[in-house]
Design a protein around this ligand. Sequence first.
Ligand code: FES
Ligand code: FES
Length: 165
Amino acid sequence: MTLAIRLTINGVEREVALDDPRVTLLDLLRERLHLTGTKKGCDRGQCGACTVLVDGRRINACLALALSHDGSAVTTIEGVADGETLHPVQRAFIAHDGFQCGFCTPGQVMSAIGLIQEAQAGDDPERIREAMSGNLCRCGAYRGITEAVLEAQQEMSATAMGDAA
Ligand code: FES
Ligand code: FES
């Protein structure tokens, strides 16, 4: 039996046929829609490499059934830059060497964007580390990642304040 779901992916509404109701959001993105920026690390919710935003909140796409997100808006790493202009979090990762092999980086960037939007970490590095603790990096780029989150957070809140003025 083939089911169809509707997703808005990186701002584009798509109808996607599912031939198996058990397909995960991660496999749907990577295998069927060829959005391979989202990485598959552990495939069991332990590494954060597959982090995407669903309706603005970060989730592990490997633990999510695509079917259960029918009607949702999904943002992947492919959707965060504005054309050639990188997202502030992407720029800050580059500026602070927040990646080395880069395998975990898409998930780290998505998680950082999510936590800044949730405004849950403030400017305390310890709280940022705690809020990013579901995203593992085997290269140990954590220091750069924390610095990048702090910098991007400042830039994004300054922009938001400018927008509100
Ligand atoms: S691949 Fe999803 S948490 Fe590791
Ligand atoms: S940069 Fe290599 S795993 Fe994080």
